[in-house]
Each structure stands twice: as C-alpha cells, then as structure tokens.
Design a protein around this ligand. Structure first.
Ligand code: ARG
Length: 491
C-alpha cells in the first residue's frame, strides 16, 4: 500500500488502497526473460532446439565440407589451401547458423511482443485486439480476466485497455443498463445488478472509453473505443448489488473493549460453525458468497461439509434453533501462507442463497482507489473472546478501531516487518480494544460515502489487546479482483 502518493503539499495523507497487485502478491503473469528457464515457454523449444542441432550436424559432418563441388575445386588446389578453405567454409556455415538462429528467435518472440500478448506464462500468444473482447482465447481465460473494474468510493466503471496498458472510465454517452448488466456478469455477479448512473468524474480523466452506438448488437467490449471527448461530461457509476447499508446506525457500542451489537448493526456478519460450535466469523458479499480467513479453512476444514453459516442472529445460544446455511464450496487463496499468514483470505459459497432483510445484508467489496485516511475509523465485530485466552462470546460484539499505517505497524516496536502488502493493521498501540480468538474471518469495515466497505478480514495478532500488538487483518482491497474471478468461475 502506498501512503501519501502523488499528493499536493498540505493535503492530509491517505491510504491509496490499490487493487490487484500481481507484482507483490502473485507470481508474475508474464515472466521476465530470466524466468523462462523456470517456466519454459512451449513456444520456443519446438523451433530453437530443432534448429540448433542442424548447425551442429553440418559442422560435425566434415564429409560434406571436405568434398567440395566444382566451384571450390578451382579455388582450393594445394593441400594448405584446402585446409584454409575448409576452416573458411566452417566459419561461414557457423556464422550463417548463428544469424539464422537469431532471426528465428526474434521472429518467434515478436509473435507475442508485437502483434499480441502471452496468456499468463503458457506461451500461447493472443492478438492484443482479441483481449477483453468477450470471447475466451487463452487456455485459462486470462484474456478476459481483468477487463472491467469499479474504482473508488463512487463505483466508477473502468475498462482495461490492453493496448495502452491502462484503465479508463466509461463515458456515459450512449450507455444503457444492459451494458451495466453485462459488466456485472463479467465481475462474477451473475444476473445481479443494482444501478448504473452517470456521475461527474472526479478522477481528472482526460481519456475515456466510449460506446460506438452504431456498432450494432455486439459485445460491450467490441463497442468500446478510446476517445478524449465525452460530451455528457459524465462517466458511468455501476453498482452490481445493493451493499454496505446497515439498518441502524452502528452505536459505538465491547470483542475486547467493545460493546454488544444490536440486530441490523452489522447485517453482513455471519457465524461459521463446525459441528454446532462457532469457529470463525465471515462477511456476506452476495446472497451466495461469504468472505472469511484462509486460516479458518485449513485442512481438513477446507471440506465444505464441515461448515454451517448463521446470519441475522445475535446470540450463539439462539443459533442452535436457527436456520443454518450449508456450504457448497470452500476456496482458499492459492498463495495463502500458514506461517506468515500472508494472503489470509478464503471464500465460501453457500448451497442455498441467503434472503436479504433488515437483519441480513451484504457489505461492499472495497474498490481500488478508496483513499482511506491514515487513521480511518473502522469497526470490527464478532463472537470472539472478550479477553485474551477467554472463551467465545454468546452475544455479538463490536468495537471501533482506527487503521494503523503500514510503516508504523511494521516498525521494530510493533510487528517488525511481519506486515505484508496483503495485510492491514487496525487498533490502538496502547492496547485495550482488539479482535481476539474466534473473531477470525470476520469483518473490519469502514463507512465512506454513506456505504460500509469490507476493508479487512480478521487474521492474526500477538495475544489480544496488548500494547504495541494491534490486530492484523487481510487487506481485502488487494483481493477484490481475485474474489470477482472466483465468483465468476464458480457461478
Ligand atoms: N486468529 C484469531 C482467530 O482465529 C484472530 C486473532 C486476532 N487477534 C488479535 N489480536 N486481533 O480468531
């Protein structure tokens, strides 16, 4: 996460909570030259090695060269001259071979670099014009993966331009809801669609993606083109689900140092049970999907059969009689590391969708570009212990905890470089208020632009509510894109 990036002097610093960060979180999608030794691209071996031996075969079969045909016979008469001729011919053949190999290598490499892009590290090249066109070309669909996203607290729809390697907002000119529905489908929301409006763009964009309305009834991406003009001066703001609205205002209510919650305060909070016992918390993001922590679903608990989710119930003692939701799928982050707790996030897909009401509602997934304050007030909730080494609470608790800047959280006196970009710290360096055992997987939310956002999922901490040992949460913003891809692939 970047702090203070690109700010004019005098403006308070904020968190630029960037989205998908392939460089720091995942192995490179398109490996650099050196990486080819690790991931040999199937494109090269068939051509290059086949060619190289040919050079060698020629040079290693002197019979071909020592029996020169007529033209060389007139030139190479004496024995010394003959020897000279042989070495000369050898050098020529070798040089020719090197030139040919270089040309061939350049040609095969250009297939991806000039007219196309490589699908992940698969070696398959797909023409740039076919990326984000709505049709799968790559074996694993990488060409249609990251084509749309929502940016900032106002849900500005942006489209990725593979040619310009950048994101552009969509000009509202010619926009209709059907495009919004297509974009929501693309982000894994299925047929869920809430609203699409034109809003004045505050990002200062000077280039847009515009709809070519005369392009006929084709795919959304085929209709989009670059334009520096947008006559409506408004861009598309898209919401795929009505999220982040709680029924009552969250009273600063004790978690450790929190207060009992009321029904409807944290309607996205779920209790995840294994054999009738609360094990972890979770957050509702769609009627079918729950965000939790990867450490909650470590083997053997990665089996969905173990889990039941309870929503809209404040007391554990009441859940025994309530309706639990069985889990159909458990998806743990592929790069979750159980030692460092890096990438501590997982998804659960329910067997039957939740019905939303005053007590059960989804929270919003954070968009990149959220601009959180360095000490942005956030709220944690859960049935975890109310003191270190305590037992889980019967009633749902919630507490306000401010974010802690990554540099401060990583300092020698706090977590001494254990905090990765996929983690976010919140709490008080003085201690006394914190999440604790049993709160894991549950939400760290913040209110911004009248919407509640899932900024973190409860992950770890050293003890509970101790001085200089704040709570550490999964940095959900960096996983938003991964979550969308999972929802889309497992719909
Ligand atoms: N890992 C814990 C769990 O499984 C959550 C710990 C949070 N600790 C903290 N000090 N904030 O519930």
């Amino acid at each position: 996460m970047d702090l203070n990036s690109g700010l004019p002097p005098g403006v308070a610093p904020y968190y630029e909570n960037r989205g998908y960060q392939p460089e720091s979180l995942y192995p490179p999608r398109r490996p650099a030259a050196g990486a080819y030794s690790v991931y040999p691209a199937p494109y090269y071996p068939p051509s290059v090695p086949q060619y190289t031996p040919r050079v060698l075969t020629h040079t290693s079969t002197p019979g071909v060269l020592t029996r020169p045909k007529s033209p060389s016979r007139t030139l190479c008469t004496s024995k010394t001259k003959k020897a000279l001729c042989v070495t000369f011919a050898l050098v020529i053949v070798l040089a020719g071979g090197v030139v040919a190999a270089l040309l061939l290598w350049k040609f095969t490499e250009n297939k991806c670099n000039v007219s196309g892009m490589e699908c992940g590290s698969s070696g398959t090249c797909v023409s740039a014009s076919l990326w984000c066109d709505g049709i799968l070309h790559c074996p694993r669909g990488e060409d249609e993966n990251q084509c749309v996203r929502l940016y900032g607290p106002n849900f500005i729809l942006q489209v990725y331009s593979p040619q310009r390697k950048s994101w552009y907002p969509v000009c509202r000119d010619g926009w209709s809801e059907s495009y919004g529905k297509a974009a929501c489908q693309d982000m894994g929301y299925g047929n869920s669609f809430y609203s699409s409006q034109g809003i004045v763009d505050d990002s200062g964009a000077t280039s847009f993606m515009k709809l070519n309305v005369s392009a006929g009834n084709t795919d959304l991406y085929k209709k989009l083109y670059h334009s520096d003009a947008c006559s409506s001066k408004t861009v598309v703001s898209l919401r795929c689900i009505e999220c982040g609205i709680n029924t009552k205002m969250g009273r600063q209510s004790r978690i450790v140092g929190g207060m009992n919650a009321a029904l409807g305060d944290w309607p996205w909070q779920v209790s995840l049970h294994v054999q009738g016992v609360h094990v972890c918390g979770g957050s509702i993001i769609t009627p079918e999907w729950i965000v939790t922590a990867a450490h909650c679903v470590e083997e053997p608990l990665n089996n969905p059969r173990y889990w039941t989710a309870f929503a809209g119930i404040l007391r554990q003692s009441v859940m025994f009689f309530g309706k639990g939701y069985r889990v159909e799928k458990v998806i743990s982050h592929p790069h979750y590391d159980s030692k460092s707790k890096n990438n501590d996030i997982a998804l659960m897909k329910l067997q039957t969708p939740l019905t939303f009401n005053d007590k059960v509602k989804p929270v919003c997934l954070p968009n990149p570009g959220m601009r959180l304050e360095p000490k942005q007030p956030c709220w944690i909730s859960g049935w975890g212990a109310t003191y270190e080494k305590g037992k889980t609470s019967d009633v749902l608790n919630a507490a306000m905890v401010p974010l802690i800047e990554p540099a401060q959280c990583n300092s020698r006196f706090v977590y001494n470089h254990l905090i990765t970009p996929a983690m976010i710290c919140a709490g008080y360096l003085g201690g006394s208020v914190d999440s604790c055992q049993g709160d894991s997987g549950g939400p760290l939310v913040t209110l911004k632009s009248s919407v509640w956002w899932l900024i973190g999922d409860t992950s770890w901490g050293s003890g509970c509510a101790k001085a200089n040992r704040p709570g550490v949460y999964g940095n959900v913003t960096v996983f938003t894109d991964w979550i969308h891809r999972q929802m889309k692939a497992n719909s």
